[in-house]
Design a protein around this ligand. Structure first.
Ligand code: COA
Length: 162
């Protein structure tokens, strides 16, 4: 069975991430979307919220071979534990390349049998990241075409109670 991990902060998941998950789900028997707990970022959403938002987004588009997990520590250790042979990363623009290249090579140095696979999201999502979604939403902008329904709801809820 070919298992892939798709790691990230997902604060929150966007339709760009979901596009990558869908593409990966057609290529691998199983895709585990893994939320980074100890990322250097200070997330707006808790780990549990981020996982639940991913679960609900995946359910909405009816992907059966995708599960959600969380990890801390070294990514390749978690990948080994899950018996994953691939790490999925999205490449949106040339600006992603240097950082992704460095991570892919370091991960390969640590775990030579685990291969990083880069997938390109649909071009309509190439300008997205989670920070811009949080910022536009916080300032009253409309992000409903760019995030799954559950994300929009929780964003509205969080911003109302501020
Ligand atoms: N659509 C929309 N946005 C996307 C995207 C896509 N397809 N692909 C990436 N992004 C965005 C993310 O939302 C994020 O935006 P933000 O900076 O505004 O939050 C940004 O691009 C890149 O982040 P992400 O994909 O979440 O990765 P990350 O850089 O936050 O996470 C880890 C990197 C967690 C995978 C990495 O740090 C890691 O592996 N950490 C574990 C420790 C470890 O093993 N370190 C050694 C690595 S060599």
């Amino acid at each position: 069975m070919k298992i892939a991990l798709y790691p990230g902060t997902f604060d929150p998941i966007t339709k760009g991430h979901l596009d990558i998950i869908e593409r990966a789900s057609h290529l691998f028997d199983k895709v585990i979307v893994t939320v980074a707990v100890n990322s250097s970022k200070t997330p707006m959403f808790t780990t549990e919220e981020r996982m639940e938002l991913i679960r609900s987004a995946v359910k909405e588009i009816k992907l059966k071979n995708v599960s959600v997990d969380a990890f801390s520590g070294l990514l390749v250790n978690f990948a080994r534990k899950k018996k994953a042979s691939a790490l999925i990363r999205g490449l949106r623009a040339v600006s992603d390349f240097e950082y992704e290249f460095q991570m892919a090579l370091m991960n390969r140095k640590q775990a030579p049998t685990i291969t990083t696979v880069f997938l390109m999201p649909h071009e309509k999502y190439t300008y997205l990241n989670s920070s811009i979604i949080r910022e536009v939403s916080r300032l009253g902008g409309d992000v409903k075409d760019l995030v799954p329904t559950a994300v929009q709801k929780l964003l509205d809820q969080k911003l109302k109670t501020r």
